[in-house]
Each structure stands twice: as structure tokens, then as C-alpha cells.
Design a protein around this ligand. Structure first.
Ligand SMILES: [Fe+2]
Ligand SMILES: [Fe+2]
Length: 293
């Protein structure tokens, strides 16, 4: 017994070698994501800049056009090129689809130990937290994440579960706790996610916010980024998005449950109704819009 809480470095010594190997084997996130995030940080950018970045990943373009033509956008004509898709779907929405499609290949898996609905539950949870965190980042005066970064952080916040799920020795269908994760592999899913996102070269704002999403008060400079993910998660949990299907957004979300983190993020009480309304608007079509990503 050392008698003190393990430091970050000491924690890594407890990680099993086969877990590290599994992380190393994970395919990389498309570079398009990091380039888009950089683009979105600029004051001015055009649909043409967007197209130039996108054209570097033709497989992504193909999947994007397939989704644009899947009928969910109700277009009567076929979308054949990215500029057409920008016109028909809109640049802001298309960017979210690009992030979702890029992440889908990596995280759209069924997990056995987290209680998600077997039909895309884990994926829908990530998408829902992405949408919610984006709305929170837009509403917050203090959140260090741009709305785009909040969306990507939300999509990827539980990526560590993908690795840990394989190493858990629990009855199928049980919901693994952070302690059970540490017992199984030496780290919890937020700590593992940090490692994975660093490999993918995502901005520090995203990586650090994901790292602290279960313990935002310990997040230092990025505490409020982590808090926006936490708030998004608390809101989505009320509707059990990802755990039951279809999604039922009928239940009210009590403001009292979120008052502390709202204050931290500088979101006035008066804005609560609007925040919930905006998130509901984005979740109402979630299953149809992205499930085929
Ligand atoms: Fe989560
Ligand atoms: Fe989590």
C-alpha cells in the first residue's frame, strides 16, 4: 500500500499490456475532422474551403453523399456532389453530418456491459450528448469549447468504453461502473479516452474536456468544457437516450438537477427553457437523421 491516491503516471503502470495493444490497434479518426475544427475557428470560411478539406477523404465523401440521398432530407433530386449537398442541406448541418460519419466508423458498435440498447444505443448516446453539448456551448458565456468542438467532444466522450467493454468480466447486460472499469483494465473510460483522442491529434480543448467529463471540478483549465459535456449528459439521461428505443422526449427535465453546473457555465436560469427546447429539437429526428451514418 502506498497510502496515497495514485498520480496520473502511476495509474498508467497498472494498465494491462493487452489493453494498450488494443488501443494502438484502433483505426485513426479522419484528418478531415481536425482540419474542419481548425477551419471553424477562423472568422471567415466558405463552402469552397469546406469542400477542399473534404475532398481529401473520398471514402468519407461517398458515405456522406449516400446519407444525403437516403431519403431523410426529403429531396426529390439526387445529390451527386458536395457543393450540391451544401446547397440542399446547408453548410452547418452538413458539417455535423461529416463529424458524425467520421466518428461512426470508429464508435458505432454494440457494447455488452453498459446497458445501452443493443440496436445502436451506444451510438445514439454519443450523438445525443454531441447535440446537447453543442447547444450548451452556444448558450454558455464561459464554456471554452466552440460549439463545433463541443459536438465532436460529445460524439467521442465515451470512446474509452469501446476498449474496456472487451475486458470486462461481468454478466452481459450489467452496467459497468467507473470502479469496475478500473478493476478490469487499470483506468476508467474517461482516462482511456484521453489517450485515444491524443493519438488522433484532436485539440486539447476536446481531449481534456472528455478526460474530465465524469469529474469536471478536477478539470483545471478545461473544467467548463467538461462541465458542458456533463450537463449535456445529465439532460439526455432524463430521456434515457441510447438506453431505450424509440426516443421519448416527453418527460420534463427539472432545472434543479442542473442548477449548479448551469451557474458554473454562466447560463442564466431564464435561458433554461430555451436550452431544453433547442436540445429537444435536435433529438427529435436523431434516430432517422444519423442512424444510417
Ligand atoms: Fe456518456
Ligand atoms: Fe462517460
Amino acid at each position: 500500500m502506498t497510502g496515497h491516491a495514485p498520480t496520473e503516471t502511476e495509474k498508467w503502470r497498472t494498465v494491462r499490456f493487452d489493453v494498450l495493444e488494443r488501443i494502438e490497434e484502433m483505426p485513426s479518426l479522419s484528418r478531415v475532422v481536425t482540419e474542419f475544427l481548425a477551419l471553424a475557428r477562423r472568422d471567415v470560411y466558405s463552402a469552397r474551403d469546406f469542400e477542399a478539406v473534404l475532398s481529401k477523404d473520398q471514402a468519407l465523401v461517398a458515405r456522406l453523399l449516400k446519407l444525403a440521398n437516403s431519403g431523410i432530407y426529403g429531396r426529390s433530386r439526387t445529390v451527386r456532389t458536395i457543393p450540391e449537398a451544401v446547397v440542399l442541406i446547408g453548410l452547418e448541418h452538413l458539417k455535423k453530418v461529416v463529424y458524425a460519419v467520421s466518428a461512426a466508423g470508429l464508435i458505432r458498435h454494440a457494447l455488452r456491459h453498459y446497458g445501452y440498447h443493443p440496436d445502436q444505443g451506444f451510438w445514439l448516446h454519443g450523438l445525443a450528448v454531441a447535440q446537447a453539448a453543442r447547444v450548451v456551448a452556444e448558450a454558455s458565456r464561459a464554456c471554452p469549447l466552440s460549439p463545433e468542438e463541443a459536438f465532436v467532444a460529445g460524439l467521442l466522450h465515451d470512446v474509452g468504453k469501446l476498449v474496456i467493454d472487451e475486458f470486462l468480466d461481468l454478466p452481459a447486460g450489467s452496467r459497468a461502473t467507473l470502479d469496475q472499469e478500473r478493476d478490469a483494465v487499470g483506468l476508467d473510460h474517461a482516462e482511456l479516452a484521453e489517450y485515444i483522442l491524443r493519438q488522433w491529434n484532436l485539440p486539447e480543448a476536446i481531449t481534456a474536456s472528455v478526460r474530465w467529463h465524469h469529474d469536471h471540478t478536477a478539470g483545471g483549465d478545461w473544467a467548463l468544457g467538461a462541465a458542458s459535456l456533463h450537463l449535456g449528459e445529465v439532460i439526455c439521461r432524463h430521456w434515457r437516450v441510447g438506453y431505450v428505443r424509440p426516443i421519448d422526449l416527453g418527460e420534463d427535465v427539472p432545472r434543479e438537477d442542473c442548477a449548479g453546473v448551469m451557474e458554473l457555465l454562466g447560463i442564466p436560469d431564464a435561458a433554461w427553457g430555451q436550452v431544453i427546447w433547442d436540445i429537444r429539437q435536435r433529438l427529435v429526428t436523431l434516430e432517422d437523421t444519423y442512424a444510417g451514418a
